[in-house]
Design a protein around this ligand. Structure first.
Ligand SMILES: NC(=O)c1ccc[n+]([C@@H]2O[C@H](COP(=O)([O-])OP(=O)(O)OC[C@H]3O[C@@H](n4cnc5c(N)ncnc54)[C@H](O)[C@@H]3O)[C@@H](O)[C@H]2O)c1
Length: 248
């Protein structure tokens, strides 16, 4: 196990990519804090973590609320005494044309995807600085590099800002032994993409050199790598997990 004894906090851990990340980190030896709006689902994932022999703490919290974020970090330190790995995974998309997109849609997407990542990074970095070691891994998207491929005016900008935040924090936190990286997935089989029509799915897959959609576990493997000792000289990186869809 590459991460024996580490404490990880994963946001949006109740399902999809976040759940896969939580379980993959537990398999590598982490105790895991599972942050999500959906408390019953977070509790179910907590039991899965415990089945793997690790400790788990489900926390109902909204990543866009500073009070919730501070409470989640305080509960983590209270229960586990430290915080080593933060995975900012919680994210939402609001589809619709520019004209359909309301101010409320814009505010919600930016506040969850960007402000939530900023809040958790800031609060976690305070603990990580004291420890002299930390790993922050942000789940971005291919849309952060090329814009939205379906009409969703705030999603790409929110993820582009997450990429810039990743690089800014990577420079600022490097002297404290903290690396900050992002993973940029595309077309992963989760509830976020379940709404795609069969026709749309086929069209998207046709543009992916590996000829299929990705699995949450394939994103989780990239996160585990970035948290692992093998990635100790990597910071400020945006790692694509996209089947070759975008090669930049
Ligand atoms: N699925 C894909 O193809 C894909 C592609 C690129 C990027 N991503 C990114 O990966 C991440 C996970 O996506 P997914 O497909 O697993 O999504 P999902 O919708 O299946 O799961 C998202 C989870 O986040 C939680 N969540 C949402 N808002 C929250 C909030 N304010 N506070 C706390 N928890 C909240 C939800 O309850 C849910 O459990 C997101 O950041 C998404 O933008 C996904």
């Amino acid at each position: 196990m590459r991460l024996e004894g580490k404490v990880a906090l994963v946001t949006g851990a109740s399902r999809g990519i976040g759940r896969a990340i939580a379980l993959a980190l537990a398999k590598e030896g982490c105790d895991v804090v599972l942050v999500d709006l959906d408390e019953p689902a977070a509790q179910r994932v907590a039991r899965e973590v415990e089945t793997l022999g690790r400790r788990a703490l489900p926390v109902k919290a909204n990543v866009a609320s500073l009070a919730d974020v501070q409470r989640a970090v305080a509960l983590t330190v209270e229960k586990f005494g430290r915080l080593d790995i933060l995975v900012n995974n919680a994210g939402i998309i609001k589809r619709g044309t520019l004209e359909d997109h309301s101010d409320a849609d814009w505010e919600l997407v930016i506040s969850v995807n960007l402000r939530g990542t900023y809040y958790f990074s800031r609060e976690a970095a305070k603990i990580m600085k004291r420890q002299g070691w930390g790993r922050i891994i942000n789940i971005s998207s291919v849309a952060g590099k090329i814009g939205d491929i379906t009409s969703a005016p705030s999603y790409g900008p929110s993820k582009a800002a997450v990429n810039a935040l990743t690089k800014s924090l990577a420079r600022e936190l490097a002297p404290f032994g903290i690396t900050v990286n992002a993973v940029a997935p595309h077309a992963i089989e989760t509830e976020m993409t379940a709404e795609w029509s069969e026709e749309r799915r086929r069209a998207l897959i046709a543009q992916i050199p590996l000829g299929r959609m990705g699995k949450p576990e394939e994103v989780a493997a990239a996160v585990v790598f970035l948290a692992s000792p093998e990635a100790s000289f990597i910071t400020g990186e945006i790692l694509d997990v996209n089947g070759g869809y975008l090669m930049d």
